[in-house]
Structures are given as C-alpha cells and as structure tokens.
Write a protein that binds this ligand. Sequence first.
Ligand code: PLP
Length: 314
Amino acid sequence: MNWNTPICKVNETENTIYIKREDLIPYSFGGNKARKAFLFFKEIDACKADYVVTYGSACSNHCRVVANMACERKIPCIIVSPFLSHVKNSYNTQMMEIFNAKIVTCPIDEVHQKIENILSELKRYGHLPYFIAGGGHGNIGTQAYIDCYEEICEYEKSMQMKFDYIFHASGTGTTQAGLVCGQLINGDNRKIVGISIAREEVYGRGIVVESIREYLDTANRKIPEQKIQKSVIFDSSFVSGGYGVSEEGINNIIDNMLSQRGIPLDQTYTGKAYYGMNEYIEKNNIKEKNILFIHTGGTPLFFDYLNEGSLNNG
Ligand SMILES: *Cc1c(COP(=O)(O)O)cnc(C)c1O
C-alpha cells in the first residue's frame, strides 16, 4: 500500500538529515503499526474473521491501532498483555478502552499459552479468530516496510538524489526486515541502521535476519545468506535502561526537536533512535552524507512524556 508519507529536510550540519513522517499516516495517530495494520486488516476483511486477537504491552502503539481498526468494523478485539511492573497505563491504554478492546493480562512467560487457549476457545464456540503477532510481526508486517522502502526509492528518483544511510527505531525487527528486504530486492547498497530500543544485539539481530529469510523464502527470491547477513546493522548501544527507559540526552532531543522543528518524538522509540543515530554518526565519523531518519510514530507516547514531565516514565 502506498501512503507516500512526507520526507522533510530537518537539518543541514555536517550531514543532511531528512525525516520520513510515518507518524503522519492518516489513521489513529499513524506510525509503523498503522502501516502494518492496514495490510493485516485487508486479510481480516477478506477472510471474514469475527474476532481479532493480538499481543502487546499496556503502552503498545500496535495494540492501539489494531483495537481501533477492529472497533471500526465492530469486530471484538482481545489483547493479551504481560504484567510489566515498569510499564504504566498510558494514553494508548485509555484509547484501547474507548475502542472496547478486552485486555487480558498474564505473567510474561504464560503469554504463549494464554493466546493458544483464547484462540482454541473461540474456535470451539464456532468463531473465526484472526491472530496478529505482537508488533505486527511476520511476512505481512515485513511487506508493509517493503512498500515504505519503495516510497523512499520513488522520492530519490523524483528528487534525483540518494540516501546514504537510513536510520530507524528497531523493536520486533519487522520494520527493519522490510526495509532491508526492499534494499536486497532493489540491489541497493546504502546502509540501513536499526537502533535497538530494547533487545540486545545477538538476539535482536538474529530475529531481523530470520524475518528477512522467511519473507524472501516465501516470495521465492534467492539471495545469498552472506548478503543478508551483511545488510543487517542492529545497534544495541543505546538500549540504556531497557524498554521505555529514557535518559537526559534523549529528553533533550525530544524537547529540541519539538521546539526547533515542531516534530514530536517519544522516549521509548523515536527519541531513543534519534539520539542513537546522532551518536552513531559521531562515533563512525560520518560526514557529508544524505541521511534519512524514519519517524515510526508513537505520538501518544509523546503526550505520556509531557504528562510525566520527568525521566524514566516507562
Ligand atoms: C513498534 C514501534 C517501533 C519498532 O518497530 P518494529 O517493527 O517492531 O521493529 C518503532 N517505533 C515505534 C513508534 C513503534 O511503535
């Protein structure tokens, strides 16, 4: 699906920095979860599912968007959510309540079983539930970011320029998998850098590589393993305290980006990734390059940040 989200130049320092505004996808505060969910709901509409089941934390952007789309269709939505002591209720949680989503909590190590139980129970009662993996993980989510990659290529063509680097926040790795698949399919050789927002390097990177392979296998595209491996840069140097934990450098970036550019970032994803990008540029002595930062959304988390008005709001 083509959204053609705007690409804006924000900064001309040693490098030229552009931002692709995925946060402006026109549904439920947008973001990468909206881009993915539109593709999932195409399937849901086609197969006439009568329940949607998904997974995510209380502040999940993914769950907000999925609950919104299910509510619009009058399809009941069940969200399985892990108990996470450091994740507080948020504007996303409040919206899930407005959308009448049923939130079922359980300890994190029982999540898999819980989902299985809910799905088999629904089927036993004659329902046709559709399960969306947490964060919109899987080939459909990957496809959404191949579409995004194609938009980036279109922009480059029309502006007669090339981005040397693409940076973005990497969580479940689906966004990164899609972007890298797009790159491999097009035979481009720029660098795509996923800034990890929680996962450590070996595990997080492994999931990105696995998702790429799964997509390419299903699409019957033969790309050498070595090439896939070389294309995945997953930097976990900025995970700091873990998922949702901010620090002063990140808060400064959020405040600056809003006051100087009018663009909201958040502590969990885009603020952390933008901070990571700046550090990466400096550490690797990158100069005179065209750099694209993908704003993956999460605007409700920006308001959580304002609401908390302090560090480590989780
Ligand atoms: C989920 C999310 C990400 C991470 O995307 P993945 O595809 O899970 O890696 C980045 N930014 C925002 C705002 C998100 O909600």
